[in-house]
Write a protein that binds this ligand. Structure first.
Ligand code: UTP
Ligand code: MN
Length: 341
């Protein structure tokens, strides 16, 4: 399973999208199994496993390792790209650029006067240790309390909901994701700005990148697959005091620090888009991809974070809860914790 993730990432770096997807699917399928694969025969009836995938599995079952995976792991380019993209704000393109300049380590990058780091990347390096360490459930809960307090001082009518991996019941995550909105349509945008201001005033804001809404009803439905959504959102780094976390911080900071930095994402859709946003942000990525594919191929419907469009009836289908969306798709409701694959 880890082997497939290595392969998927490698094909992603090399822009071979089809293969990358194939290995992500395979990893996802194996993860969802309640049993461990001990022989190739046992995988016969599983979906999404192609020839290449099976060949790798056979190798691992037989020799305990895969030649292709080991080659990638020992490949300098791959390792360097992996290292660089592990920094908040550094994507595959920047990583590739740095690699081509001959840079191989963080100190190489930081020592280059010609390299200009943007604000996000500066924060990424500054808080690297903290934000590359997993966030625990208790820490996510504490972050939730902080956001909740900030939101309700601003307006008692606000709606705040946990989403992302923690909503799926995961014990650890790389960040904490929330949806905030208000029943008063149009007021949701100012909400994010007020929350950011409040966090800043409390000295809890280490970084924020606010992206205003570009949501435009008249541009729906979107035929672009996998597009990011257009709602107002912000990517934050918060300062979380250990004293606010039940049972304390994940791990001692070593340097005697009583706090850690945590990555937090907030998205703020208009209230009538809440269910679609919730479904989209709850993930997992693979679950979303498969659900959208199902909608398109089996139901002639377009689903994204904004809306559900019925191509046959040529109309939008409304939803106030996720269950409404599953109903429109003719599916039984799938609980968040069943959406991990
Ligand atoms: P995350 O990247 O936070 O993943 O995106 P996660 O499942 O919570 O796992 P962690 O954080 O690594 O533990 C959460 C979901 O939000 C969607 C993604 O597709 C994913 O399913 N998302 C994220 C959007 O729909 N739009 C965005 O702009 C960002
Ligand atoms: Mn997340």
């Amino acid at each position: 399973m880890d082997a497939f993730e290595v392969l998927a990432e490698n094909y992603e770096f090399n822009d071979i999208e089809g293969r990358c997807l194939a290995f992500r699917r395979a990893a996802s399928v194996l993860k969802s199994l309640p049993w461990a694969v001990r022989s190739i025969g046992a995988t016969q009836d599983l979906p999404c496993l192609g020839e290449h995938t099976k060949a790798v599995m056979k190798e691992i079952l037989q020799y305990g390792r895969s030649f292709e995976v080991e080659k990638i792991l020992s490949d300098e380019r791959c390792q360097t790209l992996k290292l660089f993209t592990s920094v908040f704000g550094v994507g595959p393109k920047t990583a590739e650029k740095w690699y081509r300049r001959g840079l191989r380590s963080f100190s190489d990058v930081l020592a280059q006067p010609a390299i200009h780091l943007n604000r996000m990347q500066q924060s990424g390096f500054l808080h690297y240790g903290d934000i590359s360490r997993a966030v625990s459930k208790a820490e996510a809960q504490a972050v939730g309390n902080i956001i909740d307090e900030a939101v309700h001082v601003i307006t008692p009518n606000a709606i705040l909901a946990l989403t992302g991996g923690f909503r799926r019941g995961k014990d650890f995550g790389h960040d904490v994701d929330f949806i905030v909105t208000t029943m008063e349509l149009g007021k949701e945008e100012n909400l994010l700005i007020s929350i950011i201001q409040s966090l800043k005033k409390q000295g809890l804001l280490l970084f924020s990148d606010y992206q205003a809404s570009t949501f435009d009803l008249s541009k729906l439905p979107s035929h672009r697959f996998e597009a990011m959504d257009h709602f107002a959102k912000c990517f934050l780094i918060l300062r979380l005091e250990g004293s606010r976390v039940e049972g304390g911080l994940q791990r001692a900071q070593g340097d005697g620090r009583e706090w850690r930095a945590v990555r937090v994402d907030l998205v703020s859709p208009p209230a009538d888009r809440f269910a679609f946003t919730m479904l989209g942000w709850t993930g997992s990525r693979m679950f979303e991809r498969d659900l959208r594919r199902f909608a398109r191929l089996e139901r002639q419907m377009l689903l994204d974070n904004h809306a559900l469009y019925d191509k046959t009836k040529k109309e939008f289908l409304t939803a106030t809860t996720e269950k409404d969306i599953f109903d429109h798709l003719g599916l039984e409701y799938i609980e968040p914790w069943q959406r991990n694959a």
